[in-house]
Design a protein around this ligand. Structure first.
Ligand code: HAM
Length: 448
């Protein structure tokens, strides 16, 4: 039978040798979000299809072309989440979190699914860190959530990211904008793709993020929404900018950002990089004051963002951003003979229970092969345990970096080894903390 050894197109494995990077950034993000008052929320991978049709919007590319939708055995239409906002809002409404003190702030690390054409930074299964702030219309909240994304990038020491902001107004000021867009695109209707012809009737703003080269070229000269804001929306945007200025957060105004999902109102923003190819938007978000009502809830002005973890990692690799290395194996015990194997099994177990990363042979290797293996593990210390050590009750612990050996008793091995390893800490995190990057170390200190 043929081996099935290829992952599905657009998905990727993260192997143990690389997963520590994901673990580090995910933990950093949730910890930083915690400092901003965001608690983690976990929602299901799949939801009723209607949630996304109504939430994300029926005229978006995501809903029209990219969703993984199927019928379950009970005949329900189910969709793997293409993003996290709709599910988080559903949970907020379902569990009556609107009865708690507002705003309610939640964050998440999730997998998402979109049937897009895979390329660098664009996958069919990808991961997002997201933050959502439910129940506040205040422009201070817009600036605060941007400050959260900014703090994450700062902590990770990401360079050359541009924060671009825009306002796409509310439904009332958008009516005038839609008229202007229809007028503009009507004249070019012969050149538009079929999907955009449909969008022209239903939601002309969606033409602005059509991926077809012809449509996007036409869209480049279309009227911009910021010129059509009503007085309230214009004032809101001015105030967001003042709060950003007060926090010394640099931004540029990009009147062409409209975002690809229908729920946005007023402030929208993106963090963009030029260093990772065509898919340079690492983070995107904005306000969605109408989403709760769209899903059947009461009016709940809200906002949020999501950051693509794969794109962030691409950028970190491009910039050689330091990430603390995973814990090294502190001690490898190489037993020779059956009695020694039993003693080694007991000792490594005790060491692990005391919080030390230790290993011994569970494969049946010769002593020579075990020492090679310990080398592969990059063990800090090794011990050879044979009959003579068992008889004398003493072992020689060898520090692999410089060959120095120390005699320890078998009877009090765990305590004595703890003392020895503390006095010579090769903890790579410590190395990093002492490294030349003071901001990074300050934050890591705070996270530990
Ligand atoms: P989005 O712009 O569709 O917004 O996605 C947010 C981020 O997810 C993007 O900036 C990108 O980094 C990453 N991303 C999106 N699609 C892919 C893909 N196919 N492959 C790899 N990465 C991808 C949202 O999802 C909104 N829910 C954000 C939000 C939260 N707005 C308010 N609250």
């Amino acid at each position: 039978m043929a081996l099935i050894t290829k992952a599905i197109k657009g998905t990727q494995d993260v192997l143990p040798s690389a997963v520590y990077e994901n673990q580090f950034i995910e933990r950093a993000m949730t910890d930083i979000a915690g400092k901003f008052g965001y608690g983690e929320i976990r929602t299901p991978v799949f939801e009723h299809t209607e949630l996304f049709q109504r939430g994300v919007g029926g005229t978006t590319d995501v809903v029209q072309k990219e969703m993984y939708t199927f019928e379950d055995k009970g005949g329900r239409s189910i969709t793997l989440r293409p993003e996290g906002t709709a599910g988080a809002m559903r949970a907020f409404l379902e569990h009556g979190l609107f009865n708690e003190a507002l705003p309610q702030k939640v964050c998440y690390v999730i997998s998402c699914y979109r049937y897009e054409k895979p390329q660098a930074g664009r996958l069919r299964e990808f991961h997002q860190f997201g933050a959502e702030c439910f129940g506040t219309p205040s422009p201070a909240a817009d600036a605060e959530i941007i400050a959260l994304a900014n703090a994450i990038f700062d902590f990770l020491d990401i360079k050359n990211l541009r924060l671009e902001i825009n306002s796409i107004g509310c439904p009332s000021c958008r009516a005038g904008y839609h008229r202007a867009l229809r007028e503009y695109f009507e004249e070019k209707r012969d050149e538009l793709c079929n999907t955009c012809l449909e969008r022209l009737e239903k939601n002309p703003m969606r033409i602005l993020d059509c991926k077809s080269p012809v449509c996007s070229k036409i869209a480049a000269d279309a009227p911009v929404v910021i010129d059509y804001l009503c007085a309230d929306c214009a004032e809101h945007f001015e105030s967001v900018k003042k709060f950003l200025d007060a926090m010394c957060i640099e931004y540029t105004i990009n009147p062409r950002i409209v975002r690809g999902l229908d729920y946005y109102t007023r402030t929208v923003f993106e963090f963009v990089s030029d260093e990772i190819g065509a898919q340079g938007t690492v983070c995107g978000g904005g306000r969605y004051d109408g989403l709760a009502e769209e899903l059947g809830g009461q009016h709940t002005p809200s906002l949020g963002f999501a950051l693509g973890l794969e794109r962030l990692l691409l950028l970190m690799h491009a910039q050689n951003t330091p990430v603390p290395q995973p814990e090294r194996c502190e001690l490898y015990i190489a037993p020779v003979g059956e009695s020694a194997s039993l003693e080694a099994a007991k000792t490594v177990n005790d060491l692990r229970l005391s919080g030390i990363s230790a290993q011994t042979d569970v494969y049946g290797r010769s002593l020579k092969a075990q020492m090679k293996f310990a080398d592969k593990l990059n063990a800090v210390y090794t011990v050879v345990l044979g009959d003579s050590e068992l008889q004398s009750g003493e072992v020689s612990v060898k520090r692999m970096d410089d060959g120095e050996t120390t005699k320890l008793s078998l009877e009090n091995f765990v305590e004595e080894f703890l003392e020895l390893s503390i006095s010579y800490s090769t903890d790579s995190l410590t190395d990093l903390i002492n490294s030349e990057n003071p901001d990074f170390s300050k934050f890591i200190g705070g996270l530990l």
